[in-house]
Write a protein that binds this ligand. Sequence first.
Ligand SMILES: [Zn+2]
Length: 147
Amino acid sequence: MLIPARMSEAEEQRWVSVMLDKLAAQENKRVLGDTELSERAARLSDLYFDGRARPNSVRWVTNQNTRWGSCTPAEGSIRLSHRLQGMPEYVVDYVLVHELAHLLVPGHGPDFWRLLEAYPRTERARGYLEGVVAADRLPHLPAARDE
Ligand SMILES: [Zn+2]
């Protein structure tokens, strides 16, 4: 983030918080509601699985911190972690496609990954998510002013 030169520290703080608010507002706009999430899942199922995966419910959950997504095939329900909110669309789509595929094939055997090959950004999205997990494990970098 570029900060204009010759700002006092107080001005700078204010400016940074205004910019962060703006960023947060933009990100909030991109978050899909549960209805939109269901519509998106239906579209992805049409595109990649000939519409064969038909979940009864697709929704965000906030109590899922170790998994990006989960599904219960018997109920036809898919849940996505709220931690995906604000991540690139292709990453959210990947997790949706992954959980949709579990409605057709349980487990992570060769049949499962063959299904996922239909989604062209599987590898890229998996790399992104691995990066997020790795970054979470890094020690926090000291702020510039503390040095
Ligand atoms: Zn899985």
